[in-house]
Write a new protein. Structure first.
Length: 232
């Protein structure tokens, strides 16, 4: 069994909408409801905790009440991703009696197409690794640049993978990793995988999926609609 932490603390500024992108309509339902339903229907998911921007707490509370009967909980998000995950962990320990060795599957609120296979693989990976992430091979050539203008290096495409979520680890390990870095390092860390890597832990990759897209820009919603209609 595992806990799930849905990271929904962002405001979606790149979408250019009047509300965070996780609340925008996707074929009749808010994006975040599509995402949560993927986990609610999985037999190994015990509880789902959503970490949401405090300004949208009441809005999300109403959505949960209208769509789910138990199993889904709500807490406030933090200043960044790691703060939000920390809040989710603290909520799980205080309100659900979670222990340090329990598995937490963290996932972006705006990735509504996570598969049950990815969830299964994430849980299974915890038998032999400290952290795992979904990832897919890069399909484009990648350029590394020091200044954003001049190409500094051309990494071999076969060695490049695009990180997705879910990212999965045990509650206590995440807390220990966060305590072990400086405040400056915390500001540089954008996700749990880098945090663990900075602390000398190996990051294991499970197979992601090309349909496990993150809805960031308006045209991503058109792609998402096509995926939903194809799978209907």
């Amino acid at each position: 069994m595992a806990l799930v932490g849905i990271v929904a603390g962002g405001i979606g500024s790149r979408m250019g909408a009047d509300m965070p992108k996780q609340f925008l309509d996707l074929c009749g339902e808010p994006v975040i409801i599509h995402t949560i339903k993927r986990f609610v229907s999985h037999k190994s998911v015990e509880s789902i905790i959503v970490g949401v921007n405090p300004n949208w707490y009441d809005y999300m509370k109403d959505l949960i009440g209208s769509n789910f009967d138990g199993k889904v909980y709500l807490t406030t998000g933090g200043q960044d991703r790691n703060d939000t995950i920390t809040n989710i962990i603290e909520f799980a320990k205080k309100n659900l009696g979670a222990e340090d060795n329990e598995i937490l599957i963290t996932h972006d609120a705006v990735r509504p197409f996570v598969s049950h296979k990815m969830i299964d693989d994430s849980i299974s990976a915890m038998e032999y690794c400290d952290i795992c992430t979904a990832a897919v091979p890069a399909t484009d050539t990648v350029i590394f640049s020091n200044d954003g203008r001049i190409a500094s290096d051309f990494p071999l495409r076969k060695n490049i993978f695009m990180v997705q979520t879910p990212q999965t680890f045990r509650l206590g390990n995440f807390t220990d990793m966060l305590k072990a870095v400086t405040e400056e390092e915390k500001r540089e860390v954008t996700d749990a995988c880098r945090l663990f890597h900075m602390n000398g832990r190996r990051v294991y990759m499970i197979d992601g999926d090309g349909t496990n897209i993150k809805l960031t820009y308006p045209n991503d919603f058109e792609t998402a609609k096509t995926i939903l209609l194809h799978n209907a």
